[in-house]
Every structure is written in structure tokens, then in C-alpha cells.
Ligand binder design. Structure first.
Ligand code: ZN
Ligand code: FE
Length: 246
């Protein structure tokens, strides 16, 4: 768990490699994809924070597992999820779709649909000094989500939407997969200096027990082979290759 009081978005590590993001302002907090509830409840109570919203990017259990218990503790919490997922995220009470805007912690948060990992995966974006994107399981540092329900084309188009955001966007994904992804990328591009440099940085952070996330879109464009793929065939090759890589 990383409990850095100076930061306004903190990451709580849970399960084997999930990260629950907790965004706070004054006495209010928003939580993204609570895989479990206990460490979130502990942190919120220890810091006298009122949970105002839970943002759900998609229905997988490692993203919604803690939601019901959090709602029990904070019964007025807004549970924001895709309107297309009313059966798989049945406890949602604020159903949203692509392009919707929400007011949260004095920010206008935009819903961006990024399908591919699931058929209705959404992301949440807001402008700040460094704009923030909570991307769930669509993009990881040096990797991207597995295509479980959608098509490669949908995932490729979702990544294009991310690439269209400002280059200084800070991206918060839901899993700490960075090191393994970099090793895969380096296997494909052994001479890529940016990837090598990133791997050294990431290993330093891991040794210090720090998170390697968030990451900056601009830097990710140099090391993420999926973001760099400029056509569907290139993307599809990479995705299929990664699926068979051990
Ligand atoms: Zn998932
Ligand atoms: Fe996940």
C-alpha cells in the first residue's frame, strides 16, 4: 500500500497486482475499481474522508469486488458504471455512456468508451495541470489489455482515442504489469534504447517498493509497442504475439 499524504491520487495495491486508485480533495474521495474493500475503508476512515463516488471501468471481479461493502459504509455513494452493464454491474446507481460528463471533486470528468477488453469498458478523464485518465484494463505501461470480448479492431480504435488526448496526460491503469510488459517489448525490439532505459527506471522503483504507475502519455508513446502500431495489422500481430508469450 502506498499512503503518500501529499499526493491527491494515491494507489492502494491489492491482490497480486491490482491497484485501486483513490482520488481525494479536502474531505471527499473518489475510488476507482475497488477490487476489495478493506484497505479502502481503512484508509478513508483513518483520513476522515467521505466516499462520494466509485468509478467502475468494467465488470471484472478484480474491479468491482469491494464495491458493495463500500456502499454499505457510505450509503450515499454514487456508483458510476456503463449503462450497458446493468446486468453485470447491477449495483450501479449512476449509469453513463460515452461522452457523458460528471462533476466530481470540483472537476468535470468525462466518460470515454474504450471497448475491446470487454464489450463496454469505459475510462474516466479530467483536465488538470496534468490531465488524468483512469483507464482500467485497456492500457498498461508498455502493454494493453487482453481482448476478451471485443475485436482487435475495437481495441486498436480505443488506443487511438487515448493517443488523441493531450500528451501530458497522466495515465492510471489498474494493474502493475509494467516490468513483464517491458521484457516482452525488449524481446521484440532488443535494440530499443527507450525501452531499455524505462526497464532500468522501473526496476529501481520496484526495488524501492514504489508503483511504476501513473505514466505519462508522451513517454508511453516511445515505449509502448501497441500505442506505436500505426495500423490494425501491426497492432493485431503484437496482440497475438503477446498472448502467446510466457
Ligand atoms: Zn479486466
Ligand atoms: Fe483487471
Amino acid at each position: 500500500m502506498e499512503f503518500n499524504k501529499e499526493q491527491k491520487i494515491i494507489g492502494i495495491r491489492v491482490l497480486s497486482d491490482n491497484i485501486i486508485w483513490l482520488w481525494k480533495k479536502n474531505n471527499s474521495a473518489v475510488v476507482v475499481d475497488p477490487a476489495v474493500s478493506q484497505p479502502v475503508i481503512e484508509y478513508l476512515k483513518a483520513n476522515n474522508l467521505n466516499l462520494v463516488a466509485i468509478l467502475q471501468t468494467h465488470h471484472h471481479s478484480d474491479h468491482i469486488g469491494g464495491t458493495k461493502k463500500l456502499e454499505k459504509e457510505w450509503p450515499n455513494v454514487k456508483i458510476v458504471a456503463s449503462a450497458k452493464e446493468k446486468s453485470r454491474i447491477p449495483f450501479q446507481n449512476l449509469s453513463v455512456k460515452d461522452g457523458d460528463k460528471l462533476q466530481l471533486l470540483d472537476k468535470e470528468v468525462q466518460v470515454i468508451e474504450v471497448i475491446g477488453h470487454t464489450k463496454s469498458h469505459i475510462a474516466f478523464y479530467f483536465k488538470d495541470k496534468f490531465p488524468v485518465l483512469f483507464i482500467g484494463d485497456t492500457l498498461f505501461s508498455a502493454g494493453c489489455g487482453r481482448v476478451f470480448e471485443g475485436t482487435y479492431k475495437q481495441m486498436y480504435n480505443s488506443l487511438k482515442k487515448i493517443k488523441d488526448l493531450p500528451k501530458n496526460t497522466l495515465i492510471y491503469c489498474a494493474h502493475e504489469y509494467t516490468r513483464a510488459n517491458l521484457l516482452w517489448a525488449l524481446n521484440l525490439e532488443p535494440k530499443n534504447k527507450s525501452i531499455k532505459k524505462k526497464l532500468i527506471e522501473v526496476e529501481k522503483k520496484i526495488a524501492l517498493k514504489e508503483l511504476t504507475i501513473p505514466f505519462l502519455l508522451e513517454e508511453e508513446m516511445k515505449i509502448n509497442l501497441f500505442l506505436r502500431a500505426d495500423n490494425l495489422n501491426g497492432f493485431s500481430f503484437l496482440r497475438a504475439n503477446k498472448d502467446t508469450w510466457v
